[in-house]
Design a protein around this ligand. Structure first.
Ligand SMILES: [Zn+2]
Length: 397
């Protein structure tokens, strides 16, 4: 991916950016709508960090790379802090930062999803009031854009929590997502209607294999996989009891039938994958974070430096990391990373349960169950005696 990846970050004042001179006018609901000169339509909240995605070409040949310019602008009167890995301003894009559709259908993300520690203040990029920062991103290296058609591209909404820097009194503000930009890619000459690439079919048969792992590392991984299997089995069994209490609500929020069914399916699939699918652990990663996967390449998990320092089980453990990563695979649970760390995951459960059931760390913490949460029936009794609603019970957190 390195060679395909091109990035040019530059700092510029908004007025200095060509193609971004905007015309603002009032729209219903107090939202300003800005229309960029190149036809990129941007809806922004009253204040926040505005993210504009502008294609560098809109009518492309089949052989062209699809490149967009991403510009983040602080429209507030206070310095805003951008979590570096949620921006295109790092070395590479390492998260699905864009929503790409082709002729109305979602386009698979081909890049990595990682397990990272909860962000520290040094992980943030300061953006002064009124300042903008831009980078070019080769989108076709991150999304499968080989097929001809009309692609719509926009910044993914909703990860605003990731922009709140710890210790900053004011929460990070991400403006309302913009309307998508359109890029048309011509069909290959002579090609029939292109079919999108399907993810590789899950291989049959279980078993654990290694890539680039020392003998000592292999021994550690055997224990980590055993811990992950135990967590997945325990999580699945808890969900099957259908007596959801603090352990569930603490990580996935208010009990609602559809979401609970989703979580139960996720844990059944995670358990099945560890038990019956060919899992490969690759030890060649030298990044500081825990691990990563390519979501559409099951069941290969790349473990990185933080993994080796983690305990076998418990919070942010080796076993839990493997549960986190297994949940990312599209054929398993297809989770995303909406919040990292226990504090952020607990807050996500409380105020955005729909995202919590799609958040990998939430699955990890539910699986790790540390601090220990009693079985459903025990806690149901406790909460019943206290007269509490089962909506949110964060005992022991
Ligand atoms: Zn992840």
């Amino acid at each position: 991916m390195d060679s395909k990846w091109r990035i040019m970050a530059l700092l510029a004042g908004l007025a200095g950016l060509t193609g971004l001179a905007t015309v603002a006018h009032a729209a219903p609901g107090g939202v300003r709508v800005a229309v960029a000169q190149e036809g990129v339509r941007v809806a922004v909240a009253q204040e926040g960090v505005r993210v504009a995605v502008a294609p560098q070409g809109q009518d492309l040949a089949a052989s062209d790379d699809v490149v967009v310019t991403v510009t983040m602008t602080n429209t507030t009167g206070a310095t805003q802090y951008l979590l570096a890995w949620q921006t295109p301003f790092g070395r590479e894009v390492e998260a699905p930062l864009f929503e790409v559709m082709r002729d109305g259908a979602p386009v698979p993300y081909l890049g990595i999803q990682a397990k990272r520690p909860a962000p520290r203040p040094s992980d943030y990029i300061a953006l002064a009031p009124g300042a903008s920062r831009s980078a070019s991103v080769e989108l076709s290296a991150l999304y499968d854009m080989r097929a001809g058609g009309a692609y719509s591209v926009r910044w993914r909404a909703g990860a605003a929590r990731l922009y709140s820097r710890p210790g900053t009194p004011q929460p990070g503000m991400l403006a309302e997502p913009e309307a998508p930009a359109i890029v048309r890619v011509a069909r290959q000459p002579g090609a029939a209607a292109a079919t999108p690439a399907l993810p590789p079919a899950p291989a049959e048969g279980g078993g654990l294999s290694y890539s680039r792992c020392s003998n000592a590392q292999q021994g550690t991984i055997v224990q980590a996989v055993e811990a992950a299997q135990a967590m997945a089995q325990d999580g699945e069994a808890y969900m099957q009891k259908k007596a959801l209490a603090a352990r569930y609500t603490g990580w996935f929020g208010a009990v609602e039938a559809q979401r609970a069914t989703t979580v139960a399916q996720h844990f059944a699939a995670i358990r099945e994958a560890f038990q019956a699918r060919p899992v490969t652990v690759d030890c060649g990663c030298n990044e500081a974070y825990y691990a990563y996967v390519y979501p559409n390449q099951p069941y290969r998990i790349y473990v990185c430096r933080a993994f080796w320092d983690a305990p076998p089980a418990g919070t942010d453990s080796q076993g839990g990391t493997l549960v986190h990563e297994m949940s990312h695979f599209t054929v398993v649970a297809g989770t995303d990373d909406w919040a990292y760390g226990q504090d952020a995951a607990a807050a996500l459960a409380a105020d955005d349960p729909a995202r919590a059931v799609d958040n990998a760390d939430s699955h990890e913490y539910f699986g790790e169950n540390t601090p220990y949460q009693a079985k459903g029936s025990e806690v149901s009794r406790v909460s019943g005696r206290r007269g509490q609603s089962p909506v949110l019970l964060l005992e022991g957190l």
